[in-house]
Design a binder for this molecule. Structure first.
Ligand code: FAD
Ligand code: FES
Ligand code: FES
Length: 1372
């Protein structure tokens, strides 16, 4: 088997010689390229080793600042490993590292984040990248095959990381169980798929199945029967697992023998490496380590680099010297004593966990209480990739305020053994150890050698509790370790310790609380006093960093309360107390295992030709290339000779005059070539929209933090970044920046036009109804978090002002126009190429065009190719998000539930420029009815102009915000009437032929069919009863259910945007090249276009290729947006293919048997044109805002979704137990692609409504600039049962092959989880005597859900009066 393992063997012959030898095994690179990479140094091929070809490369200069990720991508040109965040938070860069351990003669394999792995740390390790395990040119690996064929790859940017996480698991455990798989994938984010297909693909490796027809083939035990016209046929499957290649562990790559021999034979020597700014020393003996640390007390010891790495990268910290104790054996020893175990401080957290598991199995339970608490906490800390490298000593010394281990180590009375030139000493890990923010009592020169973890005694109990913004792979909001010790047979407390993380600058002890408990019996009286003491003891100021003050304080009480329940249970088990607790007071962990889902769709008709792919679940056409890392994204393109990199300098002020830009220091830095300001723009310096101008680069004034002011171009990314840091901008602040919607409304700061719409007479109707209710709801914004950040490469062709732009954009024509205008050249000189995007979701339209314009100006000025790839933090800071919305409503309704009047007012926070905000505000009004026929309706909406980064399009374009408001209003009506919400929904739903508030006629038949089918499939009535029963049985756990409908308009109300064109060439060999105006961002448009061309030309899809979207093949394209891409481009491709088919008619008639290749050859010789353009004019849609009527949509996509959650009221944690989603998408062109869109959008909606929070500082700076602070859903958030049903027997005359657009609609259905949480909260509130409507703003995070439950315990926490303090974050 061929392989592409990268072997690293970094060594230097002597302490001061910085020579580095680097061995790399690769097959993809041609010889001359490898030589180029090595700088002409030695290179050899070893054909023998397991058939693989190993190239050994000698690296002369290993820079300590170089991480494996950039080394692989930039130096080795192995671009399969992706960069999604650079800080260990997304998993896109996952690789497998293998090491040989001479002491045990074993080889270990572990997954790691290449973005945090310094290459200097990789001495003697073998690194396997995604290219190494399989290739489409040779043989793909079963993991790659299964993820691809199970439809687990959409945009594909996350796929190599997923593949490597799973591959590493299989290397260690060829037959994993579901828990293993969920854990292995927990640190890998995907923004497209919703994870279900990835999990199902990986599930096929499990030995056991947990469903009658599991293993990802769908149609498991939940299957409720078929809706096909031909009931005797088997239900169609999304993939056939029988065609998968078997996993054969004996075929895997072996550990490179060179490294094994090296490890066995070489006497370890000190290594040293020197880079541009940093040196690295890696000693081999403890003595040498101590000497080094004594001489260089400020130099950090880098182990896992998970603390130091992000500090260097994101905070600009510079360490001139780094000491790596990685090869000092004493730091890795494990010593057993009768009292416990000494664990080497260098051991990784994963190793510590395995050790604890081993010991917990070996010793009696009473001795291993602490070990088991550590196992639990280690299972929740970071991701597998982080735990594989992060060290125990590093975790302790980092002394994070919310460290997960430190509270439990402290509560468990652990201690550390430290060494320095002064000798060894033992220091207890207690309240005196953690002295401040990231500070401990240890002296800078002291090194932790090992950590003592004691056995527990009989009568001792240790527990951990933790709550985090996301269930997994997330730093905790509050975390704690608690221990209590009772004398045998007694409930009197001998000793107790309680530590918290997340409650101050460092790990804190609740010493006073412990004092209130010790020597007393563990009973209600003691505990009740303890809660009060705790409340007084752990006080946070209202503006404490991190915010969530009330919640954090509540959690401290909740955790102690949970501990109380566990202690009482233990006392019962040991017969110290005998009372039986009421069953409803028990707490169980939330369920977590994802079950096989069900995906139900229709068969194609039995008379459809086998070759015709339309309607079949065809795999995404690039899935295999994506899974093997071969798929090329913008930043994977090889560098152009002389290429420069661009880094942006952004405003640090929200509203200020620019008084100066001083680039002198930047220009002195190595590699910096130029600094680009607005003055350098040769053409238009502004982009105009709706009569407002937006500066391409700020000219004289800035209006938000993060506005682009200038750009630095340099020879490398690092140099450009350092240059950007060095540019100094001086400002003169302008008064009164506006951040929040309230401030904007108060100051009437709006972008015009504001819109309104009404039908009927709302004012009169309010007079006639039985009840009038007023409510309000706020929705936060949402970051796109496409996995591939904004990326572009501008290349001046060199003559006649011609430019080529390779850019990740949804709208190539907009980028072309913007670049041409900015450069002052005609559009025909600018060609935009889009091969694919690593996700976009609306965020790669307007913002990309401005970024591309700046990049093009730099290329113009320097006359060199310029690349710009935003770092995650800059991307989040600069490019805006979904619009936050604040809405108020007044609703009039009758006793029987009929809503007769509703009046809505919406304000969006548009940010500092208009972008598409007015269109978003319009769309909000068009959807304010959702599925309800309300006779008297009124809506007003306004886009507020604020001093925050400008918000932009995001999947759904205002609709998800609008629909949440109306559904919340319907919920309020139900609560007011004390009736189930689904009944009020049914009473008010459109029925039969209907007309909307903008006078658009449609049939609601399929809306009702979806609703009824969803209720039936979800077994709504029975499960509702079961949930109510559960709620009666449980005080601290509540279940909630909701069922939500959707009516979603498809196409652009701006008529001209509905057109599309295509260009189809047939080459002489019969192969076909299709180009169309749509761009591929993971939604599978190219796959669908291939299917269309295949049907129309009557040839297999394999003869059809789609290379890219480009403005020189199909001009004047429309954006791939509004769920209309397939509808429009499909028609254009169909048109072009039909023209060609028609032209070939005489040839076919002459020779009816063909084959195709012969027809094409004959056609060529008969001089028939084999190239055709296709065009689709699109629907003539419009919206007349003066008359308040129109036909803004081609048709509606309908759906309904039922979700059930279980909520832990004490912490706000919840699980989505089950989701059943029915959607009417007509006749699907490709059910697997469409189901992928449905699931992906649903999970993105779940993120919007329940998790994702953008936080801004009081001065307008976005805090949440990466996956560590901003949590998008991960594998742990997938509903445990996730069932999708495509409504059968639905047809749509308005789109290609009777299909319907589906990219956006189901995002809103994620709100079914929001309303299920709200339902669960209502159940908890009712036990506190609170009934009727209550406010729960979106997202319904654990914080909001927990506080809304209003439990007596959390009600104890005093609430600071709004306005009496400056909150840590703005409520925008
Ligand atoms: C994406 C991500 C998610 C994370 N999630 C969590 C989480 O959920 N919960 C949590 O608690 N933590 C979390 N962490 C933090 C992580 O656990 C710590 O960064 C890690 O434990 C530090 O260990 P390290 O070996 O990587 O330290 P390094 O970065 O290598 O070093 C950190 C510091 O420790 C010092 N040091 C290291 N070893 C010794 C020693 N033997 N003696 C003296 N000083 C030493 C170094 O000088 C340095 O100052 C996360 C980190 C990342 C990047
Ligand atoms: S790029 Fe490494 S984890 Fe995100
Ligand atoms: S397929 Fe996972 S991020 Fe796009």
């Amino acid at each position: 088997m061929s392989c592409l393992t990268s072997l690293f063997s970094l060594s230097s012959p002597s302490f001061c010689s910085p020579l580095t030898f680097l061995h790399i095994c690769c097959v993809l690179l041609p010889e001359e390229q490898r030589n180029k990479l090595t700088g002409g140094a030695s290179c050899f091929m070893d054909e023998e080793a397991e058939g693989a070809r190993h190239a050994q490369v000698t690296e002369q200069h290993a820079d300590p600042e170089t991480m494996l990720l950039s080394f692989l991508r930039e130096k080795m040109r192995l671009t399969g490993t992706k960069s999604g965040c650079g800080g260990g938070g997304c998993g896109a860069c996952t690789v497998m590292v293998s090491r040989y351990q001479p002491a045990t003669k074993t080889i270990i394999h572990f997954s790691a984040n290449a973005c945090l792995l310094p290459i200097c740390q990789l001495h003697g390790a073998a690194v396997t990248t995604v290219e190494g395990i399989g290739s489409t040119k040779t043989r793909i690996h079963p993991v790659q095959e299964r993820i691809a064929k199970a439809h687990g790859s959409q945009c594909g940017f996350c796929t190599p990381g997923m593949v490597m996480a799973m591959y590493t698991l299989l290397r260690n455990k060829p037959q994993p169980n579901m828990e293993d798989i969920q854990e292995a994938l927990a640190g890998n984010l995907c923004r497209c798929t919703g994870y279900r297909p990835i999990v199902d693909g990986c599930r096929t490796f499990c030995e056991e199945t947990n469903c009658c027809k599991a293993n990802g083939s769908g149609n498991g035990c939940l299957n409720g029967g078929s809706h096909t016209d031909e009931p005797e046929r088997e239900l169609p499957q999304l993939f056939d697992k029988d065609e998968f290649v078997q996993l054969d562990p004996t075929q895997e790559l072996i550990f490179p023998p060179e490294l094994l021999l090296m490890a066995e034979r070489e006497t370890p020597q000190t290594l040293s490496f020197h880079g541009e700014r940093m040196s690295w020393i890696s000693p081999v003996s403890l003595q040498e380590l101590v000497q080094l640390k004594t001489r260089n007390p400020k130099a950090p010891l880098v182990m896992g680099n998970t603390n130091i790495g992000p500090d260097i990268k994101f905070k600009g910290v510079l360490h001139p010297l780094i000491i790596s104790p990685f090869r000092v054996k004493e730091l890795f020893g494990v010593t057993h004593t009768p009292k416990g175990v000494w664990v080497g401080a260098g051991c990784s957290l994963a190793e510590v966990r395995s050790l604890m598991e081993k010991l917990a199995a070996q010793f009696p339970q009473e001795k291993t209480e602490l070990f088991r608490a550590l196992i639990q906490q280690l299972g929740n800390l970071g991701s597998v990739q982080i735990r594989n490298v992060a060290s125990l000593g590093g975790q302790i010394i980092s002394a994070y305020p919310n460290s997960d281990l430190n509270p439990v180590l402290a509560a468990g009375k652990c201690k550390v053994s430290v060494i320095s030139e002064g000798g060894r000493r033992e220091v207890p890990l207690d309240q005196d150890f953690f002295v401040g923010f990231c500070k401990t009592v240890l002296k800078p020169e002291e090194i932790i050698v090992s950590v003592f973890i004691p056995f527990t005694r009989k009568g001792e109990l240790v527990r951990v509790f933790r709550q985090a913004p996301r269930k997994e792979t997330s730093f905790a909001t509050v975390t704690s370790g608690m221990r209590v010790f009772f004398c045998e047979g007694s409930r009197v407390v001998q000793d107790v310790s309680v530590y918290y993380g997340g409650m101050g600058a460092t790990t804190v002890s609740a010493a006073k609380t412990c004092a209130a408990i010790v020597s007393r019996p563990w009973d209600d009286e003691t505990l009740s006093r303890a809660y009060d003491v705790l409340l007084d003891e752990l006080v946070l100021p209202p503006s404490a960093p991190g915010g969530k003050v009330e919640f954090r304080r509540s959690l401290t009480l909740s955790f102690l309360f949970k501990f109380n329940l566990e202690v009482l249970q233990k006392l019962r088990e040991t017969k110290v107390i005998t009372d039986e607790p009421p069953a409803r007071m028990k707490i169980q962990p939330l369920p977590r295992e994802i079950q096989p889902g069900l995906q139900e769709f229709q068969h194609v008709s039995s008379d459809q030709s086998e070759q015709d792919p339309v309607g079949r679940p065809i795999m995404h056409r690039s899935a295999l290339s994506q899974a093997t890392g071969e798929a090329v994204y913008c930043d994977d393109m090889p560098p152009i000779d002389g290429e420069l990199f661009l880094s942006l300098v952004t405003s640090a002020r929200a509203h200020a005059k620019i008084t100066g830009i001083d680039a002198s220091e930047a220009l002195k830095l190595p590699g910096v070539v130029d600094v680009i300001t607005a003055k350098d723009i040769p053409g238009k310096k502004v982009r105009a929209s709706f009569g407002y101008d937006e500066d391409v680069l700020a000219q004289s004034e800035v209006s938000c933090v993060g506005q682009m002011v200038c750009a630095v171009v340099a020879d490398t990314r690092e140099h450009a970044k350092r240059g950007a840091y060095a540019v100094k901008i001086s400002y003169e602040d302008l008064p009164d920046p506006i951040f929040t919607i309230e401030e904007a409304v108060e100051k009437a700061s709006y972008f015009e036009p504001r819109r309104k719409i009404w039908r009927g007479d709302v004012t009169e109707a309010f007079k006639t109804v039985d009840h009038v209710h007023e409510g309000r709801i706020k929705l936060g914004g949402q970051e796109h978090f496409y996995m591939e950040t904004q990326s572009m490469l501008a290349i001046p062709v060199g003559e006649e002002t011609e430019f080529n732009l390779y850019v990740s954009t949804q709208w190539p024509t907009l980028t072309q126009d913007a670049v041409a205008e900015t450069l002052g050249i005609p559009a025909n000189r600018v060609t935009c190429h889009v091969k694919r995007m690593g996700g976009a979701f609306g965020g790669k339209v307007t913002k990309t065009s401005i970024l591309a314009s700046i990049t093009a100006v730099a290329a113009w000025k320097t006359n060199r190719a310029v690349r710009c790839v935003l770092e995650r933090g800059d991307d989040m800071l600069i490019t805006g998000a979904r619009h936050p919305v604040q809405a108020t409503y007044k609703v009039g309704f009758m006793n029987d539930g009929r809503i007769l009047a509703a009046d809505f007012e919406y304000f969006t926070n548009a940010g500092n420029t208009i972008d598409e905000s007015v269109l978003v505000a319009e769309k909000i009004l068009l959807h304010l009815d959702n599925a309800y026929d309300i006779p008297n309706l009124r809506g007003r909406s306004a886009a507020c102009r604020t001093h925050l980064p400008s918000n932009t399009a995001f999947r759904g374009f205002g609709v998800p915000q609008s629909l949440l408001v109306v559904e919340n209003m319907v919920n309020d009506v139900a609560m007011k009437l004390g009736r189930p919400a689904h009944q009020i929904r049914e009473i008010n739903m459109y029925r039969g032929p209907s007309v909307t508030h903008y006078n658009f006629a449609f049939s609601a038949e399929n809306l009702l069919r979806c609703w009824d089918e969803c209720k039936a499939k979800a077994e709504f009535d029975a499960r509702r009863r079961a949930a109510d029963h559960f709620n009666q049985q449980n005080r601290w756990r509540k279940r909630g259910m909701s069922i939500i409908p959707i009516k979603y308009g498809i196409a652009f109300a701006e008529s001209f945007l509905n057109q599309a064109a295509a260009l189809v060439h047939i080459y002489k060999d019969g192969s076909v090249l299709v180009t169309h105006g749509g761009t591929e961002m993971g939604q599978g448009i190219h796959t669908k276009m291939q299917q269309v061309a295949s049907r129309e030309l009557n040839i297999p899809p394999s003869k059809i290729y789609i290379s890219e979207t480009s403005t020189n093949t199909v001009p004047n394209t429309c954006p791939s947006a509004a769920s209309f891409g397939t509808d429009a481009n499909g028609m254009a491709v169909q048109n072009a293919c039909q023209i060609l088919h028609q032209r070939l008619k005489p040839i076919r008639e002459k020779n009816p048997k063909g084959p195709w290749e012969k027809w094409i050859n004959d056609a060529f010789f008969e001089k028939i044109s084999l190239s055709a353009t296709g065009f689709y004019r699109g629907h003539d849609l419009y919206m007349d805002w003066e008359k308040m009527e129109g036909q803004p949509y081609a048709y509606y996509t309908f759906g309904a979704c039922c979700s059930e959650v279980e909520l832990d009221c004490l912490s706000g944690d919840y699980r989505t137990l089950r989701t059943d989603l029915v959607v009417d998408i007509g006749r699907s062109v490709n059910p697997s692609v469409d189901i992928g869109q449905i699931e992906g959008a649903f999970i993105q909606g779940l993120g919007l409504y329940t998790m994702e929070e953008l936080k801004f500082s009081p001065s307008g700076l976005l805090y949440t600039r990466g996956p560590s602070q901003y949590k998008i859903p991960a594998v742990c958030d997938v509903p445990l049962h996730f069932n999708i049903y495509l409504l059968p027997d639905s047809h749509n005359p308005h789109a290609i092959y009777s299909s319907k657009g589906i990219g956006e609609p189901t995002l809103f259905l994620g709100s079914s989880v929001f309303f299920a949480i709200k339902d669960a909260v209502a159940a908890a509130r009712s036990e506190s005597g609170l009934v009727g409507p209550f406010t729960l703003n979106s997202p319904a995070t654990p914080e909001k859900a927990c506080l809304a439950c209003a439990l007596p315990l959390t009600q104890k926490v005093p609430v600071s009066k709004p306005g009496s303090f400056k909150p840590w974050a703005l409520d925008i």
